[in-house]
Each structure stands twice: as C-alpha cells, then as structure tokens.
Design a protein around this ligand. Structure first.
Ligand SMILES: [Zn+2]
Length: 261
C-alpha cells in the first residue's frame, strides 16, 4: 500500500471571526508517523510554555505549483520549488509560527531533533528565511544519506529525499515522466537498504540485482512496487499505520489536549 495520509488536528495561524482555527483540511494531512510526531512535539512545546501553531503542512501538486508561481511572480517572497521538490508535497514538512512559539528557536531545535524533525537552515536564527520550516523525513532520510554519500548523483540529496517521499504517497513526480512505478520501486529499494545507482525511473542491471536480493521477482513495475511496499510496511510500520485516535473516534468532538490554549 502507499503511505497513507491522515488528518492532523492542530491550531493554525488562520482566524475565523477573530478566533484561531484548526489548520484547514486541505493542508492538515500527513503520513501517520508525521501526525504522531507533530502532536507529540506540540505537547513538548506546550510543556515548555510555548505553542506550536502551524501555517502550512501538506501541499497537493496543484498547491505546490501555485506556490512556485507565486514566488516566480514575486507574490510570495520565500522560495518555493516547482512540484516534485518539496517535502510539503509528501506531508512531511511543516511551517510553524515563530511569533507564537514563545520559546527560543534553539530550544525548539533540540526538541525537534529528539523527535526526528529537522530544520533546513544551519543556525537557529529566527530572522533567516525558512527558519519556520521543518522536515519529518522518516525513512526517506535514508535516501538523502544515500545521495549524500555519492551512491546517487542525478539530483541533490534533498531533492531525491523529497521525490522519494512524494512517490511514497502515490503522487506523481514529473522528473520521472512515464516511469513513475519504476522510480517508486527504486526509491523503495533504497529505503530498504539496497544500492541501485540513481533513482531515475530506468530499471537497469543494478535495480534488477537489488530486486533479486530483496526477493522481489515480479518484473512488472506496478506489481514489484506493491511487493516492495509490503517490505517497507514491515520495516517502517509507523509510516503506514492508518488508525489514529481521530480516525477511530469520529464522533468525539472534544478538542485534543494539544489544541487547548
Ligand atoms: Zn515550508
């Protein structure tokens, strides 16, 4: 199965009639492990006397396309890559409100790191662009490391990680053209620890060798992907666990503790 997206109930910077509201549904989606991480982190921040309030989380292909256009036309100051390069498109990045955080950014960095959440700037300086952006890479971090160590070289490490995370939720990454399943299979093999050369959507000798080693014998990419996803689900169960307190109790309207002021 694909990595599922689940609803994340968290306060946002957006207001309706002067009251802060939960992050709107179209943005409030993330893989199960990210949801758990964000809610836990919100608890950590609250305990330290601050508040984790988000302005952005998931972006669909269309939303990312629009964000990129807005940057190109100068409507939006912060850079947004074209679709296929942002962890937001996998629901694996969030932007927080620095103003509402109320605790030193350096302290938040430490809390975040303990939960496997990472900034994309090099020092905790709140005046820097993207000081608000954090990634929750999960097993896709292995893809970045794979590229960083030179095992793949057709994309920068961060872009490869984002592509892997986006493919994992079943969304198209344009770079791979008609070879989406093949690219998804290759990224899956890298997450399983195999070396396949570049993630490029072309199944060559090395990808086939890795498939044999992983006992994925189906040559049809879509079916091979399904088999690889079974293996991923066993290894990274938290990224695939669909049931959540919100999902299992649809009639419980009590606000979860992390959104109470
Ligand atoms: Zn961001």
């Amino acid at each position: 199965m694909h990595t599922p997206l689940t609803r994340v109930e968290i306060l946002s910077i957006y207001k309706v009639h002067g009251e802060r509201v939960l992050l709107p549904k179209r943005m409030a989606q993330a893989p199960p492990d990210v949801r758990e991480t964000i809610l836990a982190l919100a608890g950590d921040v609250r305990e330290a006397g601050g508040r984790l309030i988000l302005s952005d989380l998931f972006r669909s292909y269309d939303m990312q396309f629009q964000a990129h256009l807005d940057w190109k036309t100068g409507k939006k100051k912060a850079y947004s890559p074209p679709p296929g390069g942002s962890m937001h498109e996998a629901g694996r990045a969030f932007d927080l409100s620095l103003r509402d955080l109320k605790i030193p950014l350096a302290e938040f960095w430490k809390m975040a790191e303990r939960r496997g959440v990472f900034p994309i700037i090099s020092t905790p300086d709140r005046k820097k662009s993207e000081a608000w952006h954090f990634d929750c890479p999960g097993s896709h971090r292995l893809v970045a490391e794979y590229y960083r160590s030179g095992k793949g070289d057709n994309m920068p490490p961060y872009k490869a990680m984002a592509a892997s995370a986006i493919l994992a939720i079943g969304v198209r990454v344009d770079t791979f053209g008609d070879n989406q399943d093949a690219a998804r299979l290759q990224a899956s093999l890298v997450r399983l620890g195999y070396e396949i050369g570049n993630i490029d959507g072309r199944i060559g000798r090395r990808t086939r060798a890795a498939m044999a080693e992983a006992e994925i014998d189906d040559q049809e990419p879509a079916r091979a992907v399904a088999r690889a996803e079974d293996l991923l689900q066993q290894r990274y169960a938290a990224e695939y666990r669909e049931s959540s307190p919100a999902g299992s109790a649809p009639f419980d309207f009590q606000a979860p503790p992390h959104i109470l002021a």
